[in-house]
Design a binder for this molecule. Sequence first.
Ligand code: C5P
Length: 235
Amino acid sequence: MRRPKDYIIFPLDFSEYESVVKYVELLKDVVGVFKIGLELFISQGPGIVGAIRSICSNKIFLDLKLHDIPETVKRALLALTQYRPDFVTIHPELPKGFLEGLELYQTKVLGVTVLTSIDKDMLGFMGYKDEDISDLVIKRARLSKEIGCHGVICSGHEVKKIKEIFGESFITVVPGIRPKWVVSKDDQKRIMTPRDAIVSGADYLVIGRPIRDAKDPKSAALKISQEIESALKEI
Ligand code: C5P
């Protein structure tokens, strides 16, 4: 049985080791997963995975959003498995069945759909002028499914549809979460509250700044957990 805190992924968006240790120690009992992104991975190197594991037993998400030719992505993925992350991310423009037969141990591979910071204007600029963002998310979720991903990163607005089309077990990880009590959206455009994302069927919520920048980060995470707990009762 999953606990409310298991739904929370906290991104360790720092470059200094001391901040990582501080936040891991502070939040290890109130979030489920720690996410290591490009900033931290590049600053501290892969040894940071072992350093976090020596402090806690939370799941680890290596969010490196791999994007390259198939052979390079395959070799990078196989190299990453030595750290036994629970989750990794890739861009899904890869051949059908790409992940078949790869020894990935317990690692779940998630496809990047459309970054939640991208809005319609940016999509137009990228050449998808008449494309609806949600349609593009579904197309990229299909691509992710076809290459063998276990799930996707998507906004809360597409979770319901993704579950309907690709099945309940296809994992949805949702960034761009902003509780009602947080004033700033920062650079996130397609946002949702923790309650709404959970009711839509999200499996994990990536929640960074609302926790990190709160006066009391641990209390903020606990408050979000309570919101998740009551949302789970609504499902
Ligand atoms: O909650 P906040 O906006 O601070 O979360 C930022 C984190 O969410 C960053 O680590 C960023 O990489 C991640 N993110 C993501 N996918 C997106 C948008 C943001 O993983 N589509």
